[in-house]
Design a binder for this molecule. Structure first.
Ligand code: MN
Length: 283
């Protein structure tokens, strides 16, 4: 199932080129009181809501996908975990180019570990990426994004995929420079998640997905998730050995070779096999 959030926080099921409004299903979420949960309650409750989503989408009227404004399929992630250098050929290109590494010590993921992006950087596919510090190089990074479905800690890789709610396309927009990654990758709109969540029952093997990004029609990055150094199960094992993963937490799995600059006016077209595609404006 492909689940989206659209327009004024409506909940939708996507089938082909249509969205079916299933917002009534949100009534199942218990009203929260202060202090509010620090995880995403929709993602937490998706398994319980599943039958209702099927039923509501079967009798809703289709809305043209092109006519809706897509929001991030996760409204309130507790954290956005990201893998820095998780494709060998991307590591090689970073080491080879001073304008990418800026003298920072660059190691592959086993040594570099993971980093966090601010949750305030998150937008959906229909929101433009608004660049800041445009005197500096801003780059696109296309990545497979994993959305955690259940609270977990110290998960073994063999059990890891059980804890996944689904997958989306992630854009990890980055200002190049010498500062910490968390700063350079966390301005508002620098994390794009979309166009929807493809649930893990529909996408059972995240380790064999072709994906790509074009900028203004030019192919910039193209790879397959089989080339990941740490695949999705290993990333969940690694991340969950440091912190509890909560429903709605997002893991950006890392970007392959081909990162390149974007400037206001560009249009990015990102696609991942089994999920779909999204076109995102840069301003
Ligand atoms: Mn990245």
């Amino acid at each position: 199932m492909k689940i989206c959030r659209f327009n004024d926080a409506r909940l939708g099921v996507v089938k082909g080129e249509s969205v079916f409004d299933v917002s009534e299903a949100l009534d199942a979420l218990r009203p929260a009181s202060y202090p509010f949960p620090r995880h995403d309650v929709l993602i937490e409750n998706l398994p319980l809501m599943r039958a209702r989503l099927e039923e509501l989408s079967a009798r809703a009227s289709p809305i043209a996908l092109g006519s809706v404004r897509l929001l991030s399929p996760v409204a309130n992630p507790g954290k956005i975990v990201a893998a820095p250098v998780n494709y060998t050929r991307h590591l090689e290109e970073v080491l080879a180019q001073k304008q990418l590494h800026h003298g920072n010590l660059i190691n592959e993921i086993h040594k570099a570990g993971l980093f966090l992006k601010a949750t305030s950087s998150l937008v959906g596919a229909s929101s433009p990426v608004t660049l800041v510090h445009t005197d500096r190089r801003n780059d696109h990074e296309v990545e497979l994004a994993v959305v955690i479905g259940q609270r977990c800690r110290n998960v073994h890789r063999d059990q890891a995929l059980r804890h996944v709610a689904g997958y989306a396309i992630g854009l990890d927009i980055t200002i190049r420079g010498p500062e910490e990654r968390s700063l350079r990758k966390s301005p508002d709109s620098y994390t794009v998640l979309g166009p929807w969540l493809t649930t893990s029952d529909e996408l059972t093997d995240p380790g064999q997905l072709d994906f790509s990004i074009h900028v203004d029609g030019e192919l910039r990055q193209q790879a397959n998730t089989s080339e990941l150094i740490l695949g999705v199960p290993e990333l969940i094992e690694f991340a969950s050995s440091f912190y509890t993963l909560e429903p709605g937490d997002i893991i950006l799995t890392g970007t392959p070779q081909g990162v390149g600059p974007i400037v206001p006016g560009n249009r990015m077209l990102a696609a991942i096999q089994g999920i779909g595609s999204m076109e995102v404006a840069v301003q």
